[in-house]
Structure formats: C-alpha cells, structure tokens
Design a protein around this ligand. Structure first.
Ligand code: GLU
Length: 491
C-alpha cells in the first residue's frame, strides 16, 4: 500500500483563523493513524498578502496544539523546499511541459483589456469565461509560446472544457458540466505560480495522498482535474471541509463573529488539549456519545467517513466547557504538578513573590472552578495579599444583615480564639473545628460560614472554607479576622 502523506498548506497572510485549523488537524490525524507523514508547506506566492511573522505564528500554533510535522520548515525532508517562493524552478519546469504539450500559452493581454471582457460578458449576462476571449497566442505552436513566455508575461492553461465526475471523501459524488472549465492563470506576471497551479505541482512532487481543505476550493476542482490530466498526474483524495458557521445565522464564521485566533485562546488560558478536542469534534464524531478525546484517542477514533458534510456551528461556550473538563482531567490523571506547569503567566501579579509550593496548593483547591487558566488572575488574589476590608459586604450580605454588629464581633472573637489555639491546621481538622464552632455559634451554616469566608477573602466566592483556611495558613487567617473585628468595633 502507498504511504499516506498529508499536508497542511497555509498561506502566511496573518494569524491562523480558528475556522482553518481543522485543515491541519484532520490531515495530521490521517497521517498519524496510518503511520504516514504529515507535511507543513508554506504557500507564500501571494506577495501582496504576505504578512511578516505569519510563518512563525503558524509554526507556534501547530506546535502548541501538538500537531508536529515530519517534513517542512525546521523539520527538513527530502521533498523541499517547503516554501513555495523557493520552488519557482519546479513550477517553471512543469509549466514548460504544459507549453510543449500545447496546453499552456503566454498571455500578454493587458489587464484593462481583460477587465473589458469581464464587463462586456456581465453586461450581456453571459458567464465570463476567458477561453471565449483567447488571444492569438493560444493558437500558436508550443515552440512559439515557449519563446513568447518571457519575464512579466503570465502563462495560462489552455482548457479543453468537458464534463467531470469525481468523488469527494466528504461531499460525496460530484458532477459538473463543461461550463466550469476555463483558461486559468498558471504563472503570474511576477513569475510566481497561482495557488491553482502551485498546489498541484507541490502535492505531486511531495507525494500527497489526501488533500483536506476548505470547501471553497470545491468549485475549482474541475479545473484542477483538467490540470492533473494535462500533467499526467493521478490526483490525491479530496476532502472538502464544510465551513464553520457563525454562532447565529447561516454565514461562515468570520473575524467579526468574535472568534479568536488559536494563539488568542492560548493567551486566554485555554489548554491545547481542549482546543484540539473541540475543533476536531466540530463537524466530526465517532458515532458514540463520547465527547472528551485526547490526541491519542483522536488518532485511534478518527475516520474520514464520519466528517459531516454540512457546516458545524461555532460555539465559544463549548470551548470553555471543554477547557474546564481538560483542566480537571489533567489534574486527576497527570497530577497537580503537571497542571501547575501550565499555569505559568496566568497568576495575578500579587503571586509573583510566592513560592511554587504555595501556588500549587492554591491551585489544588481552586482548579475545579476554573474555566480558563486566566481565571486565576481574578479568582486568587486574596491568597496572596490581604483583601481590603469592606464592611458593606458583611452588613449587606443576605445571610448576615440580620445579625447585629455585636453578634458579628462575638462570632469573630470566638473564631479567633479557637483558631489561635488549635495545633493541627490540616484541612480535615479545620473542618472538624469549623463544624464545632458552628454548633457553638448557634447560627445557621450559611450565616456563620459566610461571615468567616467573607472576612478572610472579601471575594465573591472561594473554595470550601476549611480548604481556604488551611492553604492561607494561621497567620493570614488570624490577621484578617482580627482586621474585620477591629473595623466592626470602630464602625
Ligand atoms: N494556501 C491555501 C489556504 O491557505 C491552502 C489550501 C490547501 O490546503 O490546498 O487556503
């Protein structure tokens, strides 16, 4: 059997849009599950749209998601170069073959003239097809065209329009009439190839067996088939991936729909496992109820025939759901040390001077409330600095507003005295002591525990009280309870 070889072929025109990532994930999975090769190829022939730094961003994104490539930039390989701008001779060589076969011609028609053809066809309400306007060169001999194809002159395919039938692995059996075939540009005025030509040459030279790309290329496939025929190349399998739909309506997900780039989700504290899981399952499922897949699970379970052929809807809430699941999964399966490693850069500034040991303890009691790692910034500040005493949070609290100030002071005094005396500051013992204090207080749990919780954190919520106190440690706890008691007395 032929070695499976797949590729991700992004254009370095900016950041990787979340909607395009499946064009990397699916070919990666196909390569890995077949013991094949996954190639990264940079399609940088559109100089006008080139964005400095975009290739690095692409590489970072793939690395972060765990989609390592076997051939391509940094990885090397026998089929390079892997930047299209460095492959000019390859395209020119194949272009010459087409000229010599009488299937390409040098076309120096001025752009204004081409515009006038387009306009005339539009005005006449007939489809604009360039082969209806072929210049005289199209009928010249191959040798003449070879001589005419000089610097600054574009090269066009000489189409032989006919019907095509082919199979798309996602979209099924396809059929088109001759009206979609045309004289497409192969090499532009600047000497670089168009995507239409370059990808065919590259995929052939790189031995690609599967092309997974956005469905927007489906309508051009007959022109690609014509090129494969003319070049005598067997075409790879085609997988046209449906668009990801915007959260509402029927349009394709765009920048304006609030979808961020992969690196923005990363910077927001989304784990790569979660984003990979979410995106892989957006428009694919294995037919079971399973939702959580690691990369290894995906490699085992993925199958081309279960990619949906209709657009899947983007739902950011689901990304955060997956992220919460993955935060817990990593903590339970790989341990807090592993989860802690992932949290670098996500702690509030106030945590800078704290030890790893202390932060790890904080993480271990708060992790199951995190939706993103950046929640640490807003949820853990009180573990590192004494919160500002704001008595209104106590006196206006729905459970505490019924209590008089002297009752509150007494409750705090009783708590301070006990916590000052106990020797064992473990979570378990604190839980016993707090229950005992509650019994002594004669208050409802919501009343007594709210008071202590607010007094030590002044935060909208905190982990279980005995855990919070245990992690904070006796000094901080007593200091804070005392500060609140003093404030109440002087109020
Ligand atoms: N460079 C094309 C793009 O970024 C790739 C299409 C393909 O995978 O062939 O859309």
């Amino acid at each position: 059997m032929k070695e499976v070889r797949t590729r991700f072929a992004p254009s370095p025109t900016g950041y990787i849009h979340i909607g395009n990532v499946r064009s990397a994930i699916y070919p990666y999975l196909i390569a890995r599950q077949n013991g094949g090769t996954f190639i990264l190829r940079i399609e940088d022939t559109d100089q006008a749209r080139y964005v400095e730094g975009a290739t690095d961003l692409i590489k970072d994104t793939l690395k972060w998601l765990g989609l390592e490539w076997d051939e391509g930039p940094d990885a090397g390989g026998e089929n390079g170069p892997y930047f299209q701008t460095e492959r000019k001779e390859h395209y020119h060589e194949w272009a010459k073959k087409l000229i010599l076969a009488g299937r390409a011609y040098a076309d120096d028609t001025a752009p204004e003239v081409i515009d006038s053809y387009r306009k005339a066809d539009n005005d006449a309400k007939v489809p604009y097809l360039y082969h209806n306007h072929r210049p005289a060169n199209a009928d010249k001999t191959p040798e003449e065209n070879l001589a005419l194809w000089t610097e600054g002159v574009p090269l066009r395919f000489k189409a032989e329009p006919k019907s095509y039938e082919w199979h798309d692995e996602v979209m099924g059996d396809m059929k088109t009439g001759p009206e979609v075939c045309d004289d497409i540009i192969l090499i532009k005025r600047d000497g670089l190839p168009t995507y239409n030509f370059a990808h065919i040459v590259d995929d052939a030279e790189m031995g690609i067996t599967h092309i997974a790309r956005g469905v927007e290329y489906l309508s051009s496939t007959p022109n690609y088939l014509a090129l494969y025929e003319a070049l005598g190349i067997e075409h790879p399998l085609f997988l046209s991936l449906p668009h990801i739909l915007a959260p509402t309506g029927n349009k394709k997900l765009g920048k304006r729909d609030g979808a961020k780039s992969v690196t923005e989700y990363r910077d927001d504290g989304v784990l790569p496992e979660a984003l990979l899981n979410y995106l892989a399952c957006l428009g694919w499922n294995d037919g079971t109820e399973q939702e959580i897949y690691s990369k290894e699970d995906l490699i085992k379970a993925f199958s081309i025939d279960r990619i949906q052929n209709s657009g899947a809807r983007f739902d950011e809430v689901k990304i955060y759901w997956y992220n919460g699941q993955w935060i817990r999964k990593i903590a339970t399966e790989q341990g807090f040390d592993e989860l802690y490693k992932r949290t670098a850069g996500f702690w509030p500034e106030s945590a800078d001077s704290e030890t790893d040991e202390y932060k790890l303890k904080v993480l271990s009691i708060i992790y199951d409330r995190l939706k993103t790692l950046s929640d640490l910034k807003t949820m853990t500040n009180y573990f590192f600095v004494d919160p500002k005493v704001d008595l209104s949070l106590i006196t206006e609290n729905k459970f505490l507003k019924k209590l008089s100030e002297s009752e509150l002071v007494d409750l705090l005094t009783m708590t301070i005295e006990r916590l000052n005396d106990i020797e064992d500051w473990s979570e378990e013992n604190l839980q016993t002591e707090l229950n005992d204090l509650l019994a002594k207080s004669g208050k409802k749990p919501a009343e007594y525990f709210s008071l202590v919780r607010i007094a030590v954190s002044f935060a909208p919520f905190s982990p279980a009280l005995h855990q919070t106190l245990s992690v904070l440690g006796r000094d901080k706890v007593l200091h804070r309870l005392n500060a609140v008691r003093t404030a109440l007395v002087h109020d």
